[in-house]
Design a protein around this ligand. Structure first.
Ligand SMILES: [Mn+2]
Length: 426
């Protein structure tokens, strides 16, 4: 199924009068405050977030998985799904592949398909957290950190393969998330595990094309519950520094212990020019991978404030690669992703409303009350008319969820793919 612009403009026609009134009211209010509404809308139009191939089907927990009908069962269908979301939201112009599940059979056909949906190939993801069929070595006791050289070499070779696959598609970065760690005290020597990981990452780094980046993700626990080799941003930052200038830290919102000040981590990394990638999701307890903005929208807004400041003030930091990294156990995955994209754009728009100059002045005058007023005034603003305007300008849907439902997208996908299709790569 594909959605063409004429279908959306028919749906938008019914809603556009309400939008015009909402937008005019907000634009007037913001103009009075001296805000440049057109620039904000343009920034929203330009902000694109990659969808990972594993987020398009139903996820699951270690207790079970409840499938969702009409899931994409091959790479072509995954790209089609991202195309559907992109045509509605105009915000998901990229897909992030996970190898070995998403290896194309026909590279030029896959590239053509992506172009037809106006979709780029974002970072490619390697997988050394589970064993593949017929693999010579097992990752049960770790991959890049393993005490066995043969296991480490297999894991390094896999990452190099992933780079080669991504290169043929036009990707420009590799994301490494390492599940390596220990479940029990005494199981692993911390120093050797870290040293092995550093050496393995350097080997992978040597296989990186000149115009590529290596993103090193961190996570404090899970699947190992005593220790994780790359447990926090500091460890990732240190490893990236030792690899070289093309290596960066990747921040995943769910990969922190409760109450961690993520906006401060973002600020530190950007000031050092080392924030390479960013994974969005939301959580209550751990790496819950819930819909972005569903639990802690104010925290997301504060993080975006740090990101916007960094993008404006840290030329030493490259433009970060944005991706949603979530899992959907109950909702229609495509509706969930649409909600996540909306929450990301909302947080971004609110952060763009902050007058950084006025905030800096208030900070320098130690006017804490004013600092809080500036932040909360931006957060309390209903920015949805700006998001609608950005989508309308790009030919998307004024209200993506309602358009998704009125076009019966899921029903069409079930008709095309069957009720029992299962997404690979979860
Ligand atoms: Mn992630």
């Amino acid at each position: 199924m594909r959605i063409d612009k004429s279908q959306l403009s028919d749906i938008n026609k019914i809603q556009v009068q309400g939008h015009n009134a909402r937008f005019a009211f907000l634009a007037d209010t913001l103009l009075e405050q001296g805000k440049d509404v057109n620039t904000i809308v343009q920034k929203l139009q330009d902000f694109q977030v990659a969808i990972p191939s594993w987020a398009l089907g139903a996820g699951g927990t270690r207790f079970g998985r409840f499938g969702f009908q009409g899931e994409p069962s091959n790479l072509e269908q995954k790209i089609d799904d991202v195309g559907l979301i992109h045509s509605l939201t105009q915000t998901s112009g990229a897909i992030s592949l996970h190898i070995p599940w998403d290896v194309p059979n026909d590279y030029s056909a896959i590239k053509e398909l992506a172009v037809s949906h106006n979709i780029l190939f974002d970072a490619v993801n390697s997988n050394t957290f589970q064993d593949q069929k017929n693999a010579a070595q097992s990752y049960k006791f770790g991959s890049l950190s393993n005490t066995s050289k043969a296991v480490r070499e297999q894991a390094i070779a896999h990452n190099i393969d992933v780079i080669k696959i991504g290169d043929k598609l036009g990707s420009k970065s590799l994301t490494v998330w390492l599940a390596d760690g220990a479940n029990f005290p005494g199981q692993s020597n911390f120093q050797s595990a870290l040293q092995n990981t550093q050496e393995s990452l350097k080997d992978i780094y040597r296989g990186l094309p000149d115009d590529w980046k290596l993103f090193i993700e961190y996570k404090p626990y899970e699947p190992n519950f005593y220790s994780t080799v790359i447990q926090d941003w500091g460890t990732s930052f240190m490893l990236a520094n030792e690899c070289g200038e093309k290596a960066y830290t990747l921040v995943d919102l769910g990969h922190h212990l409760p109450n961690t000040n993520i906006e401060q981590i973002v600020s530190t990394l950007m000031s050092k020019g080392k924030l390479g990638g960013f994974h969005f999701n939301d959580s209550k307890y751990g790496d819950d991978d819930l819909t972005v903005g569903s639990v802690k929208p104010y925290a997301l807004f504060l993080i975006f404030n740090a990101l916007v400041y960094g993008m404006e003030n840290n030329p030493q930091n490259p433009y970060p690669a944005w991706m949603i990294d979530a899992s959907h156990n109950l909702k229609d995955p495509l509706e969930d992703l649409i909600q996540s994209l909306e929450a990301i754009q909302e947080a971004y728009a609110r952060a763009l409303l902050i007058d950084q100059k006025v905030l800096t002045e208030a900070q320098q005058n130690h006017d804490i009350v004013k600092c809080q007023e500036i932040l909360q005034d931006a957060f309390r603003t209903d920015v949805r008319p700006l998001l609608e305007k950005a989508r309308l300008n790009r030919g998307g849907a004024l209200n993506p969820i309602s358009a998704y439902r009125s076009l019966h997208v899921r029903k069409n996908l079930v008709n095309e793919r069957g009720a029992n299709s299962v997404a690979s790569g979860l």
